[in-house]
Write a protein that binds this ligand. Structure first.
Ligand code: PLP
Length: 488
């Protein structure tokens, strides 16, 4: 036991050695806590600091000691048990198992999954990172022309600040575009230009005075937005998903002041909220005075069936705050997004934010306005929809061809990503195996407010920035990492 230096040890009443674990868990990392805990314990066992015959703290003890949720400890323990590192003995507890040879030894670079993702030992041939958009067919020449026109020295406005809500010309274009493509009726006066969805959420929190209030959001849901709600002092109420999206009945129970959701393409699962649920949600808002925050982040890209009008287009009492972004439809690097506010909130905005300047560069705003006015934006969307559809079809076909029934595809009708439900292998294992073959995939576990084993049974494949060949090749490589059989 001399090796067990960092771990306090004591003799348990049952004769085994009890330990108190003191891992460093970092809540600021994108990697879920259960995964950090899993890796930490696994390493302790593999490197001999936790030895066979040591009794692990109970789930309850460790939950209290580490101040984490029970789900976190349970998920880490279950994963370690299923891989043979820990053993559960009925009426006795959980023990470190007798591992003759560690199944794998990790080098310093590989020992932590985050490091693993940053510094793979093999060259990455195909990266299924979510958030990238196509660059081959991007109309760079036209966009450069708009940028160059915007910095033409004869423009008086170039030497001034932007309008506070954003450049009128851009708000006018967005208003026209939203009516045609998403059924949203708005005036330019209702639109606020923002520098990304997180900035939009921050502004909405302040407009609705959400600090200290409960906000409901989908479980799983977009972690980028969840972090902002948390930082703004909101209590998050995770609302479970049914097969067709948000379970609206749960909202009545949790009595939130606002609900944030992605109705046209649930993030990350991809389902579309049906009309009956949309109407029930609107009724909830009308009856309780609560607000609905609709994030329509990739509504442009739907490949099967009719385009889905936005939830905002059904709103008759101005209870939906509509958020849009150019990150998927155009470029993430322009950091350009917008809010369509109900008129009453614009009054609040003018009252509360009259001393704040606009944070998006007027050069980018003017260039975007010109790009839209000239019809380039619509052409770009049409071209991209076709292209992404082709990539999406290739992805689905390759999965069917190379993976067959070893995985299930989740959310296959729209957007720039899909999920794969795994069997017989966890996301963490598949990510590791994939990296060794040069294919990088990601776990969507961070999108769960309460991560569980379930959240580690999916991987996320973003395909927007990959070519058709890369998609095929990536799926083929990934398929070779899957186990032969497994139960659903
Ligand atoms: C659900 C959701 N909303 C919004 C965004 C876009 O955020 P931003 O406008 O900050 O680029 C993303 C991007 O990943 C997303 O997944």
């Amino acid at each position: 036991m001399t090796k067990v230096t960092e771990l306090k040890s004591l003799i348990g009443t049952d004769g085994g050695l009890n330990v108190e674990l003191t891992p460093f868990l970092d809540r600021n990392l994108p990697e879920p806590l259960y995964s950090q805990l899993y890796y930490w314990i696994r390493k302790e066992i593999e490197e001999g600091r936790l030895m066979p015959g040591v009794k692990m703290p109970s789930i309850r003890q460790l939950t209290i000691h580490l101040k984490v949720s029970r789900n976190t400890v349970e998920a880490a323990y279950q994963q370690l048990q299923s891989e043979g590192y820990l053993e559960s003995v009925p009426k006795s507890g959980i023990w470190v198992a007798n591992i003759e040879k560690p199944s794998q030894h990790y080098t310093k670079e590989e020992e932590h999954p985050i490091k693993l993702e940053c510094k793979p030992s093999n060259e990455v041939l195909v990266d299924f990172e979510y958030g990238n958009v196509d660059f081959d067919k991007f109309p760079l020449k036209q966009w450069k022309k708009c940028l160059s026109d915007a910095v033409d020295h004869e423009n008086d406005w170039l030497f001034q600040y932007s309008e506070k809500q954003g450049e009128f010309a851009l708000r006018q274009e967005i208003s026209n575009y939203l009516l045609q493509s998403r059924g949203v009726r708005s005036t330019p006066e209702q639109i606020l230009i923002t520098a990304g969805t997180q900035t939009s959420i921050e502004l909405v929190c302040r407009l609705l005075s959400l600090q200290g209030e409960t906000v409901a959001m989908e479980e799983p849901g977009y972690s980028g937005v969840r972090s902002v709600f948390k930082d703004q002092g909101c209590t998050i109420e995770p609302v479970p998903l049914d097969k067709d999206g948000l379970s609206v009945n749960h909202i009545h129970m949790s009595k939130p002041k606002a609900v944030y959701l992605t109705p046209s393409h649930q993030f990350p699962f991809g389902m579309v909220l049906p009309i009956t649920k949309r109407l029930r949600l609107l009724n909830w808002a009308y009856q309780t005075g609560g607000y609905i925050i609709e994030d329509d982040y990739d509504g442009e890209f739907r490949y099967l069936g009719q385009p889905i009008p936005s939830l905002k287009s059904l709103d008759e009492e101005e209870k939906v705050i509509y958020l849009g972004t150019f990150s998927k439809s155009f470029l993430p690097s322009v950091r350009l997004s917008y809010i369509v506010c109900p008129p009453s909130l614009i009054v609040q905005y003018l009252r509360k934010f009259s001393s704040y300047n606009q944070s998006v560069s007027p050069i980018i705003q003017r260039a975007m306005a010109q790009f839209m006015q000239s019809g380039e934006f619509e052409r770009h969307i049409r071209r991209m929809r076709k292209l992404y559809q082709k990539k999406h079809q290739t992805l689905l076909k390759s999965i069917e061809q190379y993976m067959g029934t070893k995985v299930k595809i989740v959310g296959e009708k729209s957007g720039l990503h899909i999920l794969l439900k795994l069997k017989g292998i966890t996301a963490i294992e598949l990510i590791e195996r994939g990296l060794k073959k040069g294919v990088k995939v990601y776990s969507p576990a961070m999108f769960w407010h309460h991560p569980s084993l379930e959240s580690n049974s999916y991987i996320m494949l973003g395909f927007g920035g990959l070519s058709i060949e890369e998609i095929e090749n990536g799926v083929r490589l990934l398929a070779s990492c899957l186990p032969g059989n497994g139960k659903w």
